[in-house]
Design a protein around this ligand. Structure first.
Ligand SMILES: [Zn+2]
Length: 241
């Protein structure tokens, strides 16, 4: 196979001919599916992509697990443009994660979403791994955050003898703690000082039924946060020191 030449005839730094292109059925299927999906959308609504290209105004930010079985739109029956999405392994929300903070800030302050949903799922491999003593590689550092959730609730979790049930309870507790973490951010607290229409919720998806369990931990103000986490809106006090 010959190398690819640029318009000016020079050879690129990478010899494209040396790259073995993926031609597996699963890969090709993606392209076929895409053409069919685009054609179907246009057939149902000739203006579908014209409208989509004009911009987005989703009312929901979904923070979910990267697990391939829990896609935000399919689970909630929503269309493109309706849900802003951030996903990572085991839906962890850490206040030092610039990726998550950037998504949250943009969603809350630019898109003005009304609902932030942290969505875990039963049988989460990340949570199960965090409950084990095995090493899995770099991910161990990420899963440490979930081990910390376990430590906070060890008394309850250690009383559950069934391993699957223990993982699933930690899934619920992890979602609850991540909701709490989202509420603790200055992004959410500052938004709450000016808005009454912003809520943070915690859900768990049951993959065996497809149904969502609302954990009932929704928040729309900072008053349930511990004293040390709640910011006041007087920034002058800091400037005075
Ligand atoms: Zn998961």
């Amino acid at each position: 196979m010959s190398t690819i030449e640029n318009k000016n005839g020079s050879k690129p730094a990478v010899n494209a001919g040396s790259i073995k292109l993926a031609q597996s059925a699963s890969y090709n299927k993606l392209k076929t599916n895409n053409s069919e999906w685009a054609a179907k959308c246009t057939a149902e609504d000739p203006e579908f992509f014209t409208k989509l290209a004009q911009g987005q105004s989703p009312e929901v930010l979904w923070i979910g697990c990267s697990d391939s079985r829990v896609p935000a739109n399919e689970v909630t029956g929503t269309a493109p443009g309706e849900v802003f999405v951030h996903r990572n392994i085991a839906n962890v929300c850490v206040h030092s994660d610039m990726n998550m903070l950037s998504v949250l800030d943009y969603a809350v302050n630019v898109l003005k979403v009304k609902h932030v949903i942290v969505a875990g799922h039963y049988g989460c491999g990340g949570v199960a791994a965090a409950l084990s003593n095995k090493q899995f590689g770099i991910i161990d550092n990420w899963l440490r955050h979930i081990k910390d959730v376990y430590r906070l609730h060890a008394n309850e979790l250690d009383r559950i003898t069934d391993e699957k049930a223990r993982v699933n309870r930690l899934v619920e507790l992890n979602v609850t703690e991540q909701v709490y973490n989202i509420c603790k951010t200055s992004i959410i607290q500052n938004a709450w000082m000016n808005r009454t229409d912003l809520e943070v919720h915690g859900w768990v998806i049951d993959i065996s039924s497809g149904l969502i369990k609302d954990l009932g931990v929704s928040s729309s103000n900072p008053h349930s946060l511990g004293y040390v986490y709640e910011f006041d809106n007087n920034t002058e006090a800091v400037a005075a020191h």
